[in-house]
Design a protein around this ligand. Sequence first.
Ligand code: TPP
Ligand code: MG
Length: 453
Amino acid sequence: MKHPVVMPHLGATGGDVKIIEWQVTEFDVVAAGAALLTVETDKSAVEVEAFRGGRLVGPLAAAGSSIAPGEIIGYLSEEPAEGPSIAGARSAPYNVRTASPPALPGAALVPAGHHEPRTARAVVKLSRVQTGNAAAQFAERLVEAFATMVLIRRYEEHLYQLFLQGLVPGTLHQCQGQEAVAVGVCSALRRDDFVYSTHRPVGHLIAKGASLEAITAEIWGKATGCVGGKGGQMHLADFAVGAMVSNAIVGANIPIATGSAMSFRLQGLDRVAVSFFGDGASNIGAFHEGLNLAAVQDAPVIFICENNLYAASTHFGLTARITDIAERASAYGMPGVVVDGMDVEAVFAAARTAVARARAGKGPTLIEAKTYRYRGHSRGDPGHYRGRDEHDAWLARDPIERSRRRLTAEFAVGATRLDEIESAAQARVEAAVEFARRSPEPSPGSGLEHVFA
Ligand SMILES: Cc1ncc(C[n+]2csc(CCOP(=O)(O)OP(=O)(O)O)c2C)c(N)n1
Ligand SMILES: [Mg+2]
């Protein structure tokens, strides 16, 4: 059987793209995720990845030709993947199974500036100190966190597959690998607390409890989308659960979350605001202004820096002379905490402390979660600037597998129950996509609604 390879929606305007060159030749066997060809869009040169493994067969669209999104450019035939696989595939499957648990660093929760040794275990392992009801309750919370992380992973992977088949309009910035940060932080929040996200918002929105249908419809630009189809993937929101509109301007949500937190204080509310941002954003002016303002105002805001080591293709080491971004907190007089962002329990513990501090009127905290995104910066970026060893080392610390191991080994939660959670998540994701695809387009008349106040 042959599966058509179609041109995804690349570039900024959704127009035609030009094939620069094929990176594999006809009859090569490729792995899922391998870069097939390079194309030039209205924005940049990007790579198109194989949405499945197989043998590339023609007719192949010629180099130099202009191709519309959705047009077939070749086929992947369903053959046993014999012969050499093309290097470059970065598989990050739903269920990453590792043979034996890798050596995990301690749930690092250490003051910034203290790099070695990272052994302070501030996360009390409840199973060791509590028994009976408390342990059971804790296990249930961990199961919940596991389920949310799985939902995020399944969602992102499913959309990745659809994108590569040309079925997602617009680009995607995905968060596979970073789920523990979103879930750990949002588990420490109330529904009426606000979160401000970025161009990579899906995990934060799902973790805050946003409607999966409304998120998905927004990505498809439909009338039922969470902002009426006007925003797309980078501008997701669900005010009902405190998920404020995500912001694609790097670092821009930092002062906005600070302002939000200041307004909570002025109104005498005990809510907190959370700003999620990346390592790249920590080099932006708004980061420094926002943190300083929050500190002097004792604003109830928590700054969550998801340090995934890269801003697009640039390694953090090329843009700063420090290793721990949390160190910067001391310049503004607030606590700075480094946490293992691949450990949902560690993230939760750090967030809970910061939230309690903020609610008590003691001001902001900067938490740096060390994490990794398994996929490229956006679709069209297979992330070849990263070494395979680096990628695989992070994959071996997968937060979902880590929770699964802990639940089965330490809390005797049955593998069947966890498998059912995975299947249910997949079904929810597919239902949300179905909802989005069947939803109506926005009417032209709605174009100016909610634009001016
Ligand atoms: C002010 C600004 N500069 C540049 C960009 C283009 N841009 C979008 S995402 C990105 C990288 C951001 O990196 P990081 O803050 O580490 O977040 P990550 O993508 O790793 O989640 C850049 C440079 C932008 N959107 N806004
Ligand atoms: Mg980054």
